[in-house]
Ligand binder design. Sequence first.
Ligand code: SF4
Ligand SMILES: [Zn+2]
Length: 144
Amino acid sequence: MSGAATFAHDHVFPAENDTSWRNNAACLGVDPDLFFPPQGGATNGAEAKQICGGCPVQAECLDYAVTTAQKYGIWGGTNERERREIRKQRGLIVKTEPACGTIAGYRRHQNRNQPTCTECKAAMARYQARRKRQQNPERRAATA
Ligand code: SF4
Ligand SMILES: [Zn+2]
């Protein structure tokens, strides 16, 4: 190895963020592959998590990864699934309801055993009509 130690996550840092905390990162100079283990890899990031455990900027790192929704890799001792949980707890992931007047809206009513509203009924009727036309090309030709 030569030159200054590089931060394992260098390639995913957008330039505009304040990332001065990483100068104290315990993963400086550590093989980035540890923090971005291949899918289904044997270690599954365990080694990286151990390094994070002794890192003086773990809190900053985790906060950064959570607020910028880092999808891949071990950050602040967490993997993506664990960060998703944290994001949920912090209310950073808001589940949006499918709107009425759409097929998804129609299914939402059904899944909840609710009566279907007029907009959703109309959306389903349009969808079924479209499907019928697609399944009967002769009829489409006849009415064209
Ligand atoms: S918490 Fe882990 S990933 Fe984050 S800077 Fe420290 S060692 Fe690197
Ligand atoms: Zn509806």
